[in-house]
Design a protein around this ligand. Structure first.
Ligand SMILES: C[S@@+](CC[C@H](N)C(=O)[O-])C[C@H]1O[C@@H](n2cnc3c(N)ncnc32)[C@H](O)[C@@H]1O
Length: 242
């Protein structure tokens, strides 16, 4: 019990922490992602794009886009009309811009520094909103869910890719061991910043499970919420329909 309380305290996000962590690790973020997920992050993003059910005419807002991997997957795989790629931390978006510079497909990709908890966009301005591994870092998740509901057009989809709860208890124990031991070591090796990776782990461990997250999305007004577990529930993709 005490351990649980400590974990949620240690993993509690704050804007200051987010800015510090992601501006510090921006240049190494992609390498860390690739090694820590053993390449699975690409598959997780692919499924996320499929569940977005994009059309050629779709206008998409990618929140907490970071170094742009989900933005690029949306453009390359889904080929919507437009993706607005946004993040709170400019250093992360600068990496995204260099990657998108070589994209030659039909999608218009634009960037903006935006706090996903207070969106500057007008009501009903997007068909799809996506977020990959970003919601966990927001101190006010419910503000984000309400804001996304506001900017989505009727029938629009909010597609949330996030770490979740592995369903099979023995596997969960192994996974938590991996999070608490391997990830801080790998983070320290690649970026020299062990503390940030300890925080990231705690934020995973204290994040709500599949059912609880779906409940929060319902509470924000979404009419239909479903999810798909990937890699035994290490991550889940929730789809909330306005
Ligand atoms: C783990 S990275 C995920 C990046 C990318 N979506 C991906 O799939 O690799 C989390 C990102 O969330 C961003 N972030 C955290 N809080 C945010 C907020 N309130 N508004 C917008 N972005 C935020 C961070 O700056 C960081 O780039």
């Amino acid at each position: 019990m005490a351990r649980g309380r400590h974990a949620s305290e240690a993993g509690r996000p704050s804007e200051e922490r987010t800015r510090h962590i992601f501006s510090t690790i921006a240049s190494e973020y992609d390498r860390f992602n690739k090694y820590s997920s053993m390449g699975l992050d690409r598959l997780w993003r692919r499924t996320t794009v499929r569940l977005a059910r994009l059309r050629r005419s779709s206008e998409v807002l990618d929140l907490a886009a970071g170094t742009g991997d989900l933005t690029l997957a949306l453009a390359e795989q889904g080929r919507p009309a437009r993706v607005l790629s946004t993040d709170l931390v400019p250093e992360m978006l600068e990496v995204a811009k260099t990657k998108v510079a070589v994209y030659e497909g039909p999608t218009t990709i634009e960037f903006d520094v935006v706090d996903a908890q207070a969106l500057p966009m007008p009501d009903e301005s997007f068909d799809v909103v996506t977020v990959g591994f970003g919601v966990r870092n927001m101190p006010d998740r419910s503000a984000n869910f309400s804001e996304v509901f506001r900017v989505l057009r009727p029938g629009g989809r909010y597609v949330v890719l996030e770490f979740s709860r592995p369903l099979f208890p023995p596997f969960r124990v192994l996974y938590h061991f991996y999070l608490r031991t391997v990830i801080p070591l790998l983070g320290e090796k690649l970026t020299g910043d062990r503390a940030s990776f300890e925080y990231l782990n705690e934020s995973i461990l204290s994040f709500p499970g599949q059912v609880a997250l779906a409940g929060e999305l319902h509470k924000a007004g979404f009419s239909e919420v479903t999810w798909r577990n990937l890699t035994f529930g290490i991550v889940a993709v929730h789809v909330a329909v306005k």
